[in-house]
Design a protein around this ligand. Structure first.
Ligand code: DAH
Length: 339
């Protein structure tokens, strides 16, 4: 049997102790659910005399409404407290310093390669990429580097089989382009090349950018004109080139190309070792034998070619003095090249 006064007292003291949403739902079960105490009070009606049933029912209803109202108030209070607690927990201090996830940046070699491509693309060059594994024929023989020719000693080659090798330069790209296309030809062949060589300025793998132009009346002057444009864009407006006689089997005449020192303007400094000039690439007029090896009539057409070391240009541009830096992937080094 439930006594209404005791029930009210119990209700109030229990309600007073409710502090969380969990406790609130326990409380609701105990007093206000179908199995709860208030309902029990209602069930008691069967023991009430017939004529009192109506007023008893009314009385229990009042108790029920009273309890429901207090419960609702408590519920609102608990919910508000829970919400406030969540606000406190999730408050964002907009003045806190942020740990920004910085996006990566291009490797300096890639940046310089793109810059070089841009300059030559402006002169109408197209891009061709050849395979890194080449055969003797493309890498040497048809470039006029004949078997037993001493110039083969110039290349310290990684041979894979008797015939296959890791290309030692991007020049075999010339052969592949001339096999595939008729003149006029104007291509750039960027790519990795491999030589058995390693010290402060050499690495077994490095990158080159080959250039080849084949058309009527191409001369060494065209080569110098294009390279002047190249060094002006890459180094400084005041930069110019100087050609020195050299030797490559695939060009005749062959030249070594120097750029006027962009650091001292030609007066002489540590970068140019006091000479005012820095060697940047090799080139020349395509040897007629190479044209003929590719079925191009050398009485009608002539060509120019050049090969540029991309690491060398990158190291010069940024004042990097060790080749290893180009490949170590040292994040602190690479971060400095953020655009
Ligand atoms: N292939 C040469 C090397 O790797 C560079 C070179 C020189 C390329 C003269 C050329 C050229 O196309 O005409 O050292």
């Amino acid at each position: 049997m439930f006594n209404a006064d005791e029930l009210k007292k119990l209700f109030l003291s229990d309600l007073n102790n409710v502090e969380s949403e969990n406790q609130l739902s326990e409380f609701w079960k105990k007093f206000l659910s179908k199995q709860g105490a208030v309902q029990g009070l209602m069930a008691n009606i069967k023991n009430v005399a017939k004529e009192e049933k109506k007023s008893y029912g009314q009385f229990v209803n009042d108790v029920k409404n009273w309890a429901q109202k207090l419960y609702e108030e408590k519920k609102a209070e608990i919910e508000k407290a829970a919400l406030n607690a969540r606000y406190d927990l999730e408050t964002v201090d907009v003045t806190m310093p942020v740990d920004i996830q910085t996006p990566g940046n291009l490797h300096p070699l890639t940046t310089v390669k793109y810059e070089m491509i841009n300059v030559f693309a402006g002169m109408g060059f197209e891009i061709f990429e050849g395979p890194e594994i080449e055969d003797d024929d493309h890498n040497f023989t048809r470039l006029n580097v004949l078997k037993d020719h001493p110039s083969r000693d110039m290349q310290d080659t990684f041979w894979l089989t008797e015939d296959l090798l890791l290309r030692t330069h991007t020049s075999p790209g010339q052969i592949r382009v001339m096999d595939a296309e008729k003149p006029p030809i104007k291509v750039l062949v960027p790519g990795k090349v491999f030589r058995s060589d390693s010290d402060a300025t050499h690495s077994p793998m490095f990158s080159q950018m080959e250039g080849l132009v084949v058309d009527k009346h191409i001369t060494l002057c065209d080569l110098q004109g294009m390279l002047d444009e190249f060094v002006k864009n890459m180094f400084s407006d005041a930069a110019k080139t100087r050609l020195r006689p050299s030797y490559f089997p695939f060009t005749e005449p062959s030249v070594e190309v120097d750029v006027s020192c962009f650091k001292c303007g030609g007066k002489g400094c540590s970068l140019c070792k006091g000479t005012g000039w820095i060697e940047v690439l090799g080139g020349g007029v395509v040897n007629n034998k190479v044209l003929e090896n590719c079925g191009i009539d050398s009485t009608k057409y002539s060509g120019l070619a050049f090969g540029i070391g991309i690491e060398r240009i990158t190291m010069l541009k940024y004042g990097i003095n060790h080749m290893g830096k180009m490949f170590e992937n040292d994040i602190e080094f690479l971060k400095q090249f953020k655009a």
